[in-house]
Design a protein. Structure first.
Length: 270
C-alpha cells in the first residue's frame, strides 16, 4: 500500500496546475475519517499517505519541492466530507487530495471536485457504475474482486458453496455489489431461495439475530458461504458474534472485502 501511495503521489505531480509551481511546497490534502464509525478503517490510510509523503520528502521531494500534507477529519459524516473537500481545495489550495473510503463519501465529494476541477485519489474497491475525469479509482470493481471471490467459493478448492449470504452495510457499495452478485449467481444456476441478503446500518453492533439467521439458513442442507461487505467498526462485533455462536470457517466460510489489520486487531483469535 505504501508503494502504491508513493507512486500515486508521483503521478499526481505530473498533473499539477501551473500555480502550484510558484508555491514553496506542494500541498497534499488528506481526507479520511479520524473519528466515528469509519475511523478504524480510514486512520490507517491517513497514516499510509503521511508515510509516503515522508518517504518522498526524504528523497528530495517532487519537482524540487517538499510535499506538505494538510490533514482534515470528516468524522464519518458524509455532508462534512463535502465541506472538508471544499476547504482543502479552495482555502488550503491543495494540489491533490487522497481520501474517502465509502462510496457514499466519494459521491458526496464528487461534485466539489468536478466543480473546482480538482483531483481525488480514491483508495479502495467500489461498485463501479461511475466515471469522472477528476477521480482516480485505484481499487477494484465487482468484476475484478467480488465475482472472482464468489467463483472461488463455488469451486472445489473454495468449498463448493451452493447457498450464499450477501451481508453488507446499508449504502450504495454493498447494495450495488450484491445486485451484481445476485445476477451472477443466477447465471450460475443459483436460485433466489439459496440467496440470503441482509443489511445493517453504519455502526451496527448487535449481530446476534443475523448470525442466528445465517446458521438456520446454512442448516437447510447445502454448503453455505457468506460474502461480507460490512464496513467500518461493525466488522468487530460481527466476527465476535460468529465466534460466540460457534460458527467456524470450515462450516460457513466468510469472504470479506473491507477488513484490514485494524479491524482484525479487535477480534479474539483464540
Amino acid at each position: 500500500m505504501l508503494r502504491r501511495s508513493a507512486l500515486a503521489l508521483a503521478a499526481a505531480a505530473s498533473l499539477l496546475p501551473t500555480a502550484v509551481f510558484a508555491a514553496d511546497t506542494i500541498k497534499v490534502g488528506v481526507l479520511h475519517s479520524l473519528s466515528g464509525t469509519m475511523a478504524i478503517s480510514e486512520t490507517v490510510l491517513k497514516d499510509t499517505v503521511l508515510m509516503a509523503i515522508d518517504e518522498i520528502n526524504a528523497k528530495g521531494g517532487l519537482l524540487g519541492k517538499k510535499l506538505e500534507p494538510v490533514v482534515v477529519d470528516p468524522a464519518s459524516n458524509w455532508p462534512l466530507f463535502a465541506e472538508k473537500a471544499k476547504q482543502l481545495i479552495t482555502q488550503d489550495k491543495v494540489a491533490v487530495v487522497f481520501g474517502c473510503w465509502t462510496s457514499v463519501s466519494r459521491k458526496s465529494v464528487l461534485p466539489v471536485f468536478e466543480q473546482n476541477n480538482s483531483l481525488l485519489f480514491y483508495p479502495v474497491q467500489y461498485e463501479g457504475e461511475e466515471l469522472s475525469k477528476n477521480v482516480f479509482y485505484t481499487g477494484a470493481a465487482p468484476n475484478q474482486q467480488a465475482i472472482p471471490a464468489v467463483e472461488y467459493l463455488m469451486s472445489k478448492d473454495g468449498g463448493s458453496a451452493k447457498r450464499f449470504v450477501l451481508l453488507g452495510t446499508d449504502y450504495v457499495y454493498p447494495r450495488t455489489t450484491n445486485k451484481i452478485l445476485r445476477a451472477f449467481l443466477h447465471s450460475k444456476g443459483v436460485k433466489d431461495e439459496d440467496i440470503l441478503e441482509e443489511y445493517t446500518p453504519f455502526g451496527h453492533s448487535d449481530y446476534q439475530s443475523i448470525i442466528a439467521k445465517i446458521k438456520k439458513f446454512s442448516a437447510e442442507g447445502k454448503k453455505t458461504a457468506v460474502v461480507s461487505t460490512i464496513n467500518g467498526d461493525s466488522n468487530v462485533p460481527f466476527y465476535k458474534e460468529l465466534a460466540n455462536q460457534g460458527v467456524k470457517a470450515t462450516d460457513i466460510p466468510v469472504v470479506a472485502f473491507s477488513v484490514g489489520e485494524e479491524e482484525l486487531a479487535g477480534i479474539d483469535t483464540k
